[in-house]
Every structure is written in C-alpha cells, then in structure tokens.
Design a protein around this ligand. Structure first.
Ligand SMILES: Cc1ccc(Cn2cc(C(N)=O)ccc2=O)c(C)c1
Length: 323
C-alpha cells in the first residue's frame, strides 16, 4: 500500500497546483472536467483507504459535523474598521493629514484595491495548514467559523511554496460573486427556500451556518487583503509585496489590486474602478487606499479603532434598483 500512499500524495499536489493556477493565477492549465476527474480519483482512493485521508486534502471541502454553537476567538492583532472618505475633497484632506503627521510632503506610494461588499475574516495557517478561521466580530473577539471557511472553494487548506511563516494569519473578505448570488436565489425561489436581499447578506448568512455542509453548497469566495499575526518567517516590508507573497503561497486576491504614486493617481484609480463597477463580477462599495510602506504605517499608527494610514474611499449610494 506504499504505492497507494504515494499515489494519493501525488494527486493532492496535482489538485493544489490546479487550484493555484485557477484561483490565484486565473490561468487554469486543465479544463474543469479534467480537474473533476482527478478529484474523483483522489476521493475514490481516500474512500477505499481512509487511513490515508488527511484533513488538509483538497477533497475536504464538503463540510463536516454540524456544531451546536460557535466558540469565540480573540484577535491578538485587532481587526479594525476603516475611516471613510466620500468625495475628492475628503480624500485629499486624508492625504494632507498624512503629510502633516509625517512632516514630509514627498509623494506617497499607495496600494489600492476594490472594497468588496462581504465580510472580513481572519484565517490562521500553522506550518502552512489551515487551523482556524474567525469572523471580525467587534474587532477583538470573533466567532470561530473554521469548518465553514474550509468549504470556500478558493481558500487553500494547505499553503504552497517555500519560506512560509510558522504561524501566518491571513485577513481578507468572504463574499458571494454576483453570478453565484443570482443562481442561489433562483434556486431558493424554486425550493421555497430563503431568498437573500443582497450578496453581502447571503455571504453573512452562509458563513453563520452551524452546519458546514450547508455552507459548502453556497458559492462563497475569498480574497486576501493583508496579514495579522506573523511568526517564524520573513515577510516583505511593504504592503503590495506582502500581498504578492500571499499569492505565491496560494491565496487568491483581487486582480484589481494596484500600486499608485501620489494622490492624483489614487483618485484616477478610484474613478477607473467606479467607471467599471457594473462590469466587476462582485459587488463593491468603494476602494481601499493604503500607504504602501509598512514603516510609514507604523509611524502613522491608528486613531481610536481605525488606522491613520488607510481610508475607505466610498462611492455615492447607487440609486435604488427598481424591481
Ligand atoms: C466540474 C468542475 C470542476 C472544477 C471547477 C472549477 N475549478 C477548475 C479548476 C481547473 N480547471 O483547474 C481548478 C479548481 C476549480 O475549482 C468547476 C467550475 C467545475
């Protein structure tokens, strides 16, 4: 049975690589049918030889036993909210505040990304294996939703690549893309199930299921946007490079993430994303603009519960959809 063990190991590596190409590089090397065939082969062997089934296998995305309740998780690095800017003037005064505090008017480099309309979650990887996931909660204490997050298609159960920190907390947004949301509501109407008002509520409702087998059937996605705890490893000292490291380790993020230089280019980014908002595959309510340099973030720190070094630059409210 040595050969069965190595056969299973090879299939797991192959599927993890397919997931990376499909979800992170957005460039699959095989058709979905081939991915499905290899997955079925793995599941058949794991069923026939359960002694070789491991929790971090790519087949383990179907959910487990239902819980009675959610336990709590303490966020050692608080998960904070963001200050808002609603127009160009407010965004420019954000930039002015930065330069005043840094006593420096050199042009700042900003890391920009769309602000997805989902839920912030924290995912902890221990030696590259997903061991815990939690909601933001009040920023200090969240709910343990590990089993539910494991079922999200593009969340890797095991990281890939080298020099992965011994303990790595990944932060990002769980959301439902517009196509998945429409399909799920269509199904709900047919089966007299619960219809959700919008993708954000649908994602929240799906993550709060005590039965992860229900969550596994919901079209949830995850995009990483930062790190929390980092222990026993070397990570880059600017935000954009940290995001690239997360991508190398197999974590998906918005392909719209971009580095810009100066306040005018940040405004151009905001305008560009707003112009393309209706073409994006998921709902957003603005963009997030962060000072890219980690040392400057440290210097700028936080005010109350929000960082001084980042702002959520929101779009005007969309006119109500007419039914
Ligand atoms: C039947 C089936 C299997 C897989 C997928 C999506 N997908 C494809 C790949 C791939 N092509 O490398 C990798 C992972 C994955 O989740 C769909 C939509 C349908």
């Amino acid at each position: 049975t040595e050969s069965v063990l190595s056969q299973i190991a090879a299939l797991k590596v192959q599927l993890e690589e397919y997931n990376y190409q499909y979800y992170v590089l957005d460039n699959p090397s095989v058709p979905d049918s081939e991915y499905d065939r290899v997955m079925r082969e793995l599941i058949a062997l794991e069923t026939q030889y359960p002694q070789f089934l491991s929790a971090d296998s790519p087949s383990q995305k179907v959910g487990g036993e239902a819980l009675g309740s959610f336990s709590q998780v303490q966020h050692l690095v608080p998960m904070l909210s963001l200050d808002n800017a609603f127009d160009e003037t407010e965004f420019r005064s954000f930039n002015k505040r930065l330069q005043d505090r840094l006593k420096d008017t050199t042009t700042l480099t900003f890391c920009c990304e769309p602000k997805l309309d989902g839920l912030a979650v924290s995912i902890l990887y221990q030696d590259g294996v997903l061991v815990q996931a939690a909601t933001r909660g009040d920023g200090q204490t969240g709910e343990n939703i590990t089993e539910n997050v494991k079922t999200i298609r593009n969340v890797p159960l095991k990281l890939r690549g080298e020099s992965i920190p011994h303990r790595l907390e990944v932060r990002g947004e769980v959301f439902m893309d517009s196509a998945g949301f429409a399909k799920m509501n269509e199904l709900a109407i047919k089966n007299d199930g619960k219809v959700f008002a919008n993708p954000r509520n649908a994602a929240a409702g799906s993550l709060r299921q005590l039965d992860s087998k229900i969550t596994a059937k919901r079209p949830l996605m995850f995009y990483a946007y930062g790190m929390g705890i980092i222990e026993g490893g070397v990570v880059p000292d600017d935000h954009f490079a940290q995001l690239q490291a997360l991508g190398d380790w197999g974590l998906p993020m918005s392909p719209e993430t971009k580095l810009v230089t100066g306040v005018d280019d940040a405004l151009a980014y905001y305008q560009d994303i707003m112009n393309r908002r209706s073409q994006l595959k998921y709902e957003i309510d603005g963009v997030v603009i962060k000072v890219n340099d980690k040392a400057l973030q440290q210097t700028l720190g936080f005010v109350a519960r929000a960082p001084r070094w980042a702002i959520a630059f929101k779009f005007p409210a969309q006119e109500e959809m007419t039914q």
